[in-house]
Design a protein around this ligand. Structure first.
Ligand code: ZN
Length: 187
């Protein structure tokens, strides 16, 4: 199981689960906790997002990965990266198979809840969290690491939102070393 981001790089609730979802793949290590439909089902039920033993089809699996990688593409733009129209299109397509509806729980503010079941319902819930976080200002602080090989999702708690790397000790320093080498070559 891929470990969660360090506590100081974790998004606040409820956005944290979206960050966990994006970080269910470790691109640098070539690991993916969602590499099969069954693995996706286990991952979701371990987080109480899906009933244990619920059916997960290959189509569900494909859509979940499209949502994950589409979100990663959006998170890169939060870090100054160029938008990836193809990833966004796949994300839009996968999202079009989900559905949210307003709910009015007694004594609580209205909210959007999934209006579909199974994995589609989980994806709806995650995307609903994304939409709500865009409204409350937390979404733009969730970023994908600027290191091309890493792209790990981290939450930028810095005051001026200037964070670029998931970890200064690893990616940040590698980047510094690389630009130092590049400058030396140019010089
Ligand atoms: Zn990184």
């Amino acid at each position: 199981m891929i470990p969660e981001a360090a506590p100081e790089k974790r998004a606040p609730e409820p956005l944290r689960v979206v960050q966990q979802f994006v970080n269910s793949a470790d691109l640098e290590e070539g690991k993916d906790d969602l590499d099969t439909p069954a693995a996706l089902g286990e991952w979701l039920s371990a987080r109480d997002l899906l009933e244990a033993g619920a059916e997960v089809s290959p189509v569900d699996h494909r859509r979940a990965l499209e949502v994950r990688e589409g979100l990663r593409g959006v998170l890169l733009t939060h870090n100054g990266g160029a938008p990836d129209p193809e990833a966004v299109e796949r994300l839009e397509r996968a999202a079009s198979h989900t559905s949210l509806r307003p709910s009015f729980p007694a004594g609580e503010p209205p909210r959007l809840i999934p209006a579909c079941h199974g994995v589609s319902g989980v994806l709806a819930r995650l995307l609903g969290v994304v939409a709500a976080s865009a409204a409350d200002g937390t979404w733009e602080r969730l970023k994908a690491c600027a290191d091309d090989e890493c792209r790990w999702a981290f939450y930028d708690h810095s005051k001026n939102r200037s964070g670029r790397w998931c970890s200064m000790a690893t990616c940040g320093n590698q980047q510094k070393a690389r630009s130092y080498r590049a400058r030396r070559r140019e010089g």
